[in-house]
Design a protein around this ligand. Structure first.
Ligand SMILES: Cc1cc2nc3c(=O)[nH]c(=O)nc-3n(C[C@H](O)[C@H](O)[C@H](O)COP(=O)(O)OP(=O)(O)OC[C@H]3O[C@@H](n4cnc5c(N)ncnc54)[C@H](O)[C@@H]3O)c2cc1C
Length: 465
């Protein structure tokens, strides 16, 4: 949605910076950038600008700073917490300019000496994965939105995904960064030195900053040598404790566990209906656990004594692995389609983490709370079991019903968990940050924000309450 009028001097400066064809002001062209993937978050923007390189980003940000117009950086717009689109409540600055990074597609050859790669912020995660693989390397981050999510977006949100158990979060892959700061100046530190103790870690600070401290324009990424081919086991579990026990006991010692995902009965049924895929197991179970191990694709990375008596199916080749993974990868989409079908609205999507020892109790408590909440049509939990990271999906309550979200987040906070495991805070949870961070921590974050961005121009309303 377009909103307000772009002041003439700023329009001229932006058109000059990126070329008139990459300055979008027509409301029909701006609209898709102003609504997020979930369709739950949308706002107004003066324009969308699409710079093609770092000097163009710097010119755009400097022009907006001079005009005191806010900037919302946007990559693939797959974020799930409303951080990539303007807020509905515009605040004193009025409608922002959306800065799309999708034309920042620099992709350098893999540096085989260091096992690193420099990628522009707008390169998709999938393109980085394929580029690394073609050179005999592997990028350690993977998630279902891989062909839309950008490297800049995944760094700005410190994305997690399905390989965290093997390689850690995005932060662990960042070896250097280039970014445009809120005044339009450029910081560049892309050498990727393994040892570099020269003061504050600016790349570390920008990682997870959700567009509030600057626009990331390029990232130096650490790569890994590929694992041997993998095997997947999908196995029925009676409870979270049972699934956690299986995760520890079903994998042979010395074999690398690449993924440990969990899906509940509701999610399995929905994914089966959306994909048309037949039920993968003999029976239905409260939970289904998906384990992937790097064992050469022979299935011998799993302990037959443990899995022998279980309702289990193995995927040993690429097609079978993909078929089994699709039940997990379709979860978010399946709940969204149900919400559209049943209520013409959006599903509530909450991404939380809890200590593994509290997972079963927390999941029970969430189910209890949702069963008694008015209007809930469906409630499901899936996620990254090994990281204690569960995604909670609620269909039924209005999109702007915050009470239902609060019930989930308070239950998680009471267990010592985090209100955002990997999706970030965005606009959705900014006012709830205090559930997971102390007043002193929030004051420190605000001091950094104020020092870097004294006029509050970068992504106002996101992350910092
Ligand atoms: C089907 C599906 C599955 C998903 N699975 C996962 C998952 O497993 N794990 C996970 O962590 N996330 C997951 N996500 C969420 C999402 O893909 C990630 O948050 C991703 O990192 C967002 O990347 P993006 O390029 O789309 O960023 P956007 O959505 O465009 O932006 C996200 C945030 O980053 C900021 N930003 C974007 N680019 C820049 C930049 N260059 N400089 C500064 N700030 C920037 C934005 O302002 C915004 O605050 C999933 C999403 C979908 C739709």
């Amino acid at each position: 949605m377009s909103g307000g009028t772009l002041p003439e001097p700023l329009r001229a400066a932006l058109a000059d910076a990126v070329g008139p064809e990459h300055l979008l002001t027509d409301p029909a062209l701006v609209a898709p950038y102003a609504q997020d993937w979930t369709r739950r978050w949308q706002g107004s923007a003066l324009a969308v600008v699409r710079p093609a390189n770092t000097p163009e980003v710097a010119a755009v940000v400097a022009a907006c700073a001079q005009a005191r117009v806010a900037v919302v950086p946007q990559g693939g717009n797959t974020g799930l917490v409303g951080g990539s689109v303007p807020g509905a409540d515009l605040g004193p600055l009025g409608p922002p300019v959306i800065l799309s990074t999708r034309r920042l597609t620099r992709l350098d050859p893999v540096d085989t000496a260091s096992g690193q790669l420099t990628a522009g912020a707008g390169v998709t995660l999938g393109d980085v994965q394929r580029h690394a693989a073609a050179a005999g390397w592997e990028y350690g981050v993977d998630l279902a939105a891989r062909d839309s999510a950008t490297i800049g977006g995944t760094v700005a949100t410190n994305a997690g995904g399905i390989r965290v158990i093997a390689h850690g979060m995005t932060r662990m892959q960042v070896a250097g960064i280039e970014a445009v700061l809120p005044d339009g100046s450029v910081v560049e530190h892309l050498a990727g030195l393994a040892k570099d103790n020269t003061g504050y870690d600016i790349a570390g600070l920008l990682t997870g900053s959700e567009g509030t401290l600057g626009v990331i324009t390029a990232v130096r990424l650490r790569l890994h040598r590929p694992h041997p081919p993998s095997s997947v086991a999908v196995v029925g579990a009676a409870s979270y404790d049972d699934a956690l026990d299986l995760m520890q006991s079903a994998v042979q010692p010395g074999v690398t566990l690449l993924a440990a995902e969990v899906i509940d009965e509701t999610g399995m049924r929905l994914a089966s209906a959306v994909s048309g895929l037949p039920w993968p197991l003999e029976r239905e179970h409260p939970l289904v656990l998906l384990l992937e191990v790097a064992d050469g694709g022979q299935g011998d990375g799993f302990d037959p004594d443990i899995l022998g008596d279980r309702d289990v199916v193995l995927g040993l080749d690429a097609i079978e692995r993909a078929r089994l993974w699709s039940f997990r990868e379709l979860q978010s989409e399946a709940f969204s389609s149900l919400a559209t079908r049943e209520c013409g609205g959006a599903a509530h999507k909450l991404d939380v983490s809890v200590p593994l020892t509290s997972l079963a109790r927390c999941a029970d408590e969430l189910r209890r709370r949702m069963e008694s909440y008015p209007g809930v049509v469906a409630f499901g939990v899936f996620g990254h079991l090994g990281d204690g990271n569960i995604h909670v999906e609620i269909v039924g309550p209005d999109s702007d019903d915050e009470q239902v979200d609060l019930l989930v987040l308070e239950a998680v906070a009471a267990e010592g968990g985090s209100i955002s495991a990997e999706h970030g805070i965005g606009r959705a949870k900014a006012h709830l940050l205090a559930l997971s961070r102390s007043p002193e921590e929030i004051a420190a974050m605000r001091a950094i924000k104020d020092a870097w961005d004294p006029h509050g121009l970068m992504n106002p309303g996101a992350l910092i309450p």
